[in-house]
Design a protein. Sequence first.
Length: 206
Amino acid sequence: MTNLSYARRMVEAGRMLTPLKSPSIDIDDFYRAAWVQAVAAIDHWLHEEVLRRVSELAAKDSPDMPYQLRVYELPLHTIEAVRRGAVTVPEAVVEHLRDKLAAQSLQHPGKISEILKLVTEKKVWYEAAGWINRSFFQGRTSLNEKKLRSRYLEITQRRNKIAHDADLIDGDLEQRRPIDEASVNDAIDWIERIALAIAHVLDDEG
């Protein structure tokens, strides 16, 4: 939420500067920066949330832990460190997983599903879509798992175009894709809904 608030402040800065219409300032870049920041916010949160929950589950050493965590493999040097008492099992698992995740971005729904299998066996996107329907739209929408995945992917793909292609229109070296306050606020709102929904699904004991 802190990182999303930062993204919202970028949008607000863009809105406030719009009347100035300075030729030296491209207001749309505030919106693009906010878009990138919002995606980074959920990416960072997902990494930290998975690591935290993996640590807690590994410490419990329960037979009820998710299958993917029960069969999680550690390198021999890490197992040896555990045997010597240099690190605990939860510490070893989290350290190895942190290194593994360091080079991965969680900007694709499939990647998120895969990593969340370490902490839950629920159908996260399916349940998240249902929760968003009930909590934000009072059941008035037809949002389902497929549509929610698609919306998230649209947001992250636009982020990649901004970050990697300067948001230039394909085949054009000067003209950028249009962006405005409403579209970036909508993207930030959807990221917040998705994060809240995933958190709810992970915490729900039902």
